[in-house]
Design a protein around this ligand. Structure first.
Ligand SMILES: C[S@@+](CC[C@H](N)C(=O)[O-])C[C@H]1O[C@@H](n2cnc3c(N)ncnc32)[C@H](O)[C@@H]1O
Length: 314
């Protein structure tokens, strides 16, 4: 299927061969060419064509040029921002590529913002207290704090990443929490709660305990946005029909253990707390609605494969 690329609304040429090295392109500016050999095409928008801009919106359109959902757009900042070192980045995002890491964080921040505007008619700055549950090394929180300085609290069970956040992000507060709820927060503390790629790692029992805890600390009417591995994420990583049927039948599918936290939290090996799990769409509507009103589920928003569950505290 042919794909067309638009950068800040301008269609970009797709070329098969390496570009003229004298011409500065997005590919070179961002160092993207390093991995591009594995792909069958390159998108080479000359920077000169973009004029003065601080960030890029990269939009993909299939075949005839029909627009996809704006939640599928990718965003990149031209000036690289502060980032944790590679070990910390790999631990939360499974990529050592700083540009990909940066763009996933920025894109997730803007996708949440789009959803807040679309479903709640609000922006980050309209909220009083924002919780980033499972913030890691602030891949997303770093950008959210720019829209809402001094309103965000980031929490995580990973002490090393929380320490990094405390030392490097001034506009928010960070706290290391226990693996098991409850947290130290009072009832109804936050009016916006989001968690990127956290429920993708918890057992069904831990999921339920954390859904109840998040419900407790969210204000009535508050917005709760969580990413999950849904059917699209499953097919991106697996094509086994039996496993897919099991996901559809059970709704919750335990894929296996995730070793990503083993190095900083050796106790994880024994407890097998951290896993890789998938949720069917039907399960989200049937099961999660015991805790929150399900407002919508948006396909493959986070990093191009995790679905985004938009909820409201009743
Ligand atoms: C895949 S990483 C994503 C990190 C961050 N949200 C991001 O998008 O970069 C998942 C994070 O959830 C954290 N985590 C796991 N269980 C948690 C829990 N019960 N409460 C808070 N954080 C948790 C992990 O330590 C890890 O940092």
């Amino acid at each position: 299927m042919p794909l067309r690329f638009f950068v800040n609304g301008i269609e970009s040429p797709v070329i098969e061969q390496p570009v003229d090295p004298a011409m500065e392109t997005i590919v070179q500016r961002f160092g993207l060419s390093r991995d591009s050999a594995q792909y069958t095409f390159r998108c080479a928008m000359p920077m000169a064509q973009l004029g003065q801009t601080e960030s890029l919106r990269v939009e993909f359109r299939p075949g005839a040029g029909r627009e996809l959902s704006p939640y599928q757009d990718w965003y990149l900042r031209l000036a690289p921002g502060l980032q944790a070192d590679v070990t910390r980045r790999v631990r939360v995002a499974a990529t050592s590529d700083p540009i990909f890491f940066e763009s996933m964080g920025f894109s997730a921040c803007l996708a949440i913002r789009r959803a807040l505007r679309e479903y709640f008619n609000r922006d980050y700055a309209d909220y009083e207290a924002i919780l980033d549950w499972g913030c890691g090394c602030a891949r997303v929180a770093r950008f959210v704090t720019e829209f809402a300085p001094h309103k965000l609290v980031g929490i995580d069970i990973d002490p090393d990443n929380i320490q990094w956040c405390k030392e490097n992000i001034a506009l928010a507060r960070f706290d290391c929490i226990d693996v098991d709820p409850p947290t130290r927060f009072a009832d109804e503390s936050f009016d916006l709660v989001y968690g990127i790629s956290v429920f993708t790692h918890l057992s069904a029992t831990d999921q339920d305990r954390w859904l109840a805890e998040l419900q407790r600390i969210t204000k009535p009417g508050g917005a709760v946005l969580m990413s999950v591995h849904g059917e699209i994420a499953f097919f991106r990583g697996d094509s086994d029909l039996q496993r897919f049927l099991a996901l559809e039948k059970e709704g919750f599918y335990l894929y296996g253990r995730c070793p990503d936290l083993d190095e900083v939290m050796p106790e994880m090996k024994e407890s097998e707390y951290y896993k890789n799990v998938f949720h069917s769409r039907r399960y989200i509507y049937e099961h999660w609605s015991r805790y929150f009103e399900i407002v919508d589920v948006i396909d493959a928003v986070i990093a191009g494969h995790q679905d985004f569950v938009i909820m409201r505290r009743r």
